[in-house]
Design a protein around this ligand. Structure first.
Ligand SMILES: [Zn+2]
Length: 244
């Protein structure tokens, strides 16, 4: 709620126009708990769009789980936030025309989560990618997929062409997918190699830490030390699954 209110204050500095649609890129709390602020400011007629999977998750247990987690993580700074689930679903290929702005919805299967949507603002050559790529941070991939992320990057780049990619966290960059993709490949491809050679997960982790692609981004990546072990084991599990 509070972050949504802040976003609205910032948007008002840029444009006096009202918000006429809301898109939730996926079901993680930092990407939908602001819905309430927009509904309170612009009315509950404003449609909130999401992928069907994300809508289900937010309406289900995940909605309240994220609300409670966020309250704990922020020391109750987000107290009073209500879960306002999306009201409409979107699918890959949907196109929205808002005045002279066209927005295209992209979804290529599981990436950061099973229900990510990327939003291409056609006229501006700008695409919002949610958390499928991050800048200076390592993205949660608990119910995501490395292989799915690489596939999404490839398909999305092919469909949209050169774009200014806007991540949910970090700085927009034209090189975002290339850079984060390189970092992810350093983790995943190393695990594939380890699995092929019959090496155990801890050996795989040591190999990942030595990979030049991973090393290149490690220093500038917030939370690297704490998270790399977990994300390496997820990569290892996925590599094992793919090997069958
Ligand atoms: Zn996320």
């Amino acid at each position: 709620l509070q972050i949504g209110e802040m976003a609205i204050r910032m948007m008002k500095k840029v444009s006096p126009l009202p918000v006429i649609a809301i898109f939730n890129s996926h079901y993680h709390g930092d990407h939908f708990l602001g819905n309430q602020a927009f509904v309170e400011a612009y009315g509950n007629q404003v449609p909130i769009y999401a992928h069907p999977y994300s809508l289900e998750q937010i309406k289900g247990i995940e909605g309240n789980t994220w609300r409670n987690l966020m309250e704990r993580w922020t020391n109750q700074a987000t107290a009073g936030t209500k879960v306002m689930p999306p009201t409409h679903t979107v699918k890959h290929g949907d196109v929205f025309n808002f005045g002279d702005v066209q927005i295209k919805v992209h979804h290529y299967g599981v990436a950061h989560t099973p229900g990510d949507i990327c939003l291409e603002v056609v006229q501006d050559k700008v695409t919002y990618v949610g958390d499928i790529a991050m800048d200076g941070r390592i993205a949660n991939i608990d119910d995501g997929s490395y292989v799915g992320t690489f596939k999404t990057y490839e398909e999305l780049s092919k469909a949209a062409g050169e774009q200014l990619w806007i991540p949910g966290h970090g700085t927009p960059k034209k090189t975002l997918l290339k850079e984060y993709g390189e970092f992810m490949a350093g983790i995943y491809e190393t695990c594939v190699k380890a699995v092929k050679e019959g090496l155990d997960p801890s050996t795989a982790k040591a190999m990942v830490l030595k990979d030049p692609r991973v090393k290149k981004y490690a220093k500038a990546t917030k939370g690297f030390e704490n998270n790399i072990g977990k994300y390496t084991s997820l990569a290892y599990l996925e590599a094992e699954k793919e090997a069958f």
